[in-house]
Write a protein of this length. Structure first.
Length: 393
């Protein structure tokens, strides 16, 4: 901006400071990882104590057992936990588990969904030509097939043309495609088809887990997966993720059907962060948080409307995408048509001038910190209002 780069010097609560000492409200929040706010004091203290007692003992340790129990207390029947270091690793392990348990080879993922950067599932991300699924030939990358999100018929077609599906990887919301919500009944439809055909359902909740309530978003939405991946919010910014699953499926690790390893998996620092985060989310007023975020979304729409421009947001009160449109996209094809890099860039710069940082992408998301005060939300509302005026001049 004005020839100056932006580099973070410090992050605390809902704010970040740049290298020149300027303070900004942060709506990227570690790409959703710091749900409780940057450098949460309770999480930080738990991590400090863990470091003092030894950050890498190699042997089984008490904190790992405690962290697994605290996480499992929030994931209902998915009561067995394996810790990893990133969401990408968790999804990769979930796919390996599904193949070992079912004896099948194919993995289905949502076109335009992001399920990590490993070769197998990085295929078909938002912005790629494959994600549009423009031809009559279903895109595939080795044993990975794409499925159109929110397309009931395409789900039926996929299972009719392929009988070797080990698992379907679903997201509660297509976050990286611009917070595209699942249509009523869609997730249940795919789950039902998968179960009828002997395939497992993997819910990728690395981003959405613990964002709608203190647990899996899929459970909140009435969907019961066989396996799920979580990360980000469970450690509030520390490098930790987990595969959670039903005991009958996770027994594949105990009897040797599935191999897994990792020096830093379940290390004390990560587990201390999980323990502390789980205690905090139990005391968050999620309803109030959602209402606060939804109020901000409505005020953004109103600010632009007052300046003669129609905008809409998609998503939830705690994470949403802003579109220059009257209606939110109902699928990725619509999102791709609405994606406006120029508008996204202008919005980023306008917000930045007013003291708010945002993700720089036409599919970017605005995250709301679970501990944002009324004053912070009011300030953020004013930032958007001023930005609306600047963008409509």
């Amino acid at each position: 901006m004005d020839g100056q780069p932006f580099l973070v010097d410090k992050a605390l609560g809902a704010y970040v400071w740049d290298q020149n000492g300027r303070k900004y409200i942060d709506t990227a929040l570690g790409f959703g990882a710091t749900f409780l706010g940057h450098t949460d004091p309770e999480v930080t203290e738990a991590v400090r104590l863990a470091i003092e007692r030894g950050s890498m003992p190699a042997y089984a340790h008490l904190l790992e057992e405690e962290a697994a129990a605290s996480l499992a207390a929030h994931t209902q029947d998915l009561s067995k936990i394996i810790f990893l270091n990133s969401g990408s690793e968790a999804v990769h392990l979930a796919c390996r588990t599904a193949r070992a348990v079912t004896g099948r080879g194919k993995i289905v993922k949502m076109a335009a969904g992001y399920d990590g950067w490993f070769d197998e599932v990085v295929f078909g991300n938002a912005g790629s030509p494959e994600a549009l699924m423009a031809s009559n030939v279903r895109p595939r990358n080795g044993n990975t097939l794409l499925l159109r999100f929110n397309d009931f018929v395409d789900a039926e077609l996929l299972f009719s043309e392929c009988d070797d599906v080990a698992a379907v990887v679903l997201e509660p919301m297509m976050a990286n495609a611009g917070c595209v919500l699942a249509k009523p009944g869609y997730l249940e439809h795919v789950v039902r088809l998968a179960r009828c055909r002997g395939a497992l359902v993997i819910m990728d909740e690395v981003l959405m887990g613990f964002r709608l309530h203190p647990g899996l978003a899929s459970h909140y939405l009435g969907v019961s997966p066989d396996l799920a991946t979580v990360g980000k919010a469970i450690g509030n910014g520390y490098a930790v993720a987990a595969l959670v699953g039903r005991p009958d499926l996770m027994s594949a690790f105990e009897d040797g059907r599935v191999a897994r390893a990792g020096t830093y998996n379940g290390n004390p620092v990560a587990c201390a962060a999980v323990n502390a985060s789980m205690k905090i989310v139990d005391n968050i007023d999620y309803e109030q948080l959602r209402q606060s975020g939804d109020a901000l979304r409505e005020q953004i729409r109103t600010s632009f409307a007052e300046n003669g421009v129609e905008v809409v947001t998609s998503g939830y009160g705690t994470v949403f995408t802003l579109w220059r449109s009257r209606l939110a996209p109902g699928d990725y094809h619509e999102a791709a048509q609405l994606a406006d890099p120029s508008f996204a860039a202008e919005m980023h710069i306008a917000l930045r001038r007013e003291g708010a940082m945002s993700m720089f992408s036409p599919y970017g998301r605005h995250y709301i910190c679970a501990r944002s005060s009324k004053a912070i939300m009011q300030q953020l509302t004013e930032c958007f209002a001023t930005a609306a005026k600047q963008l409509t001049v």
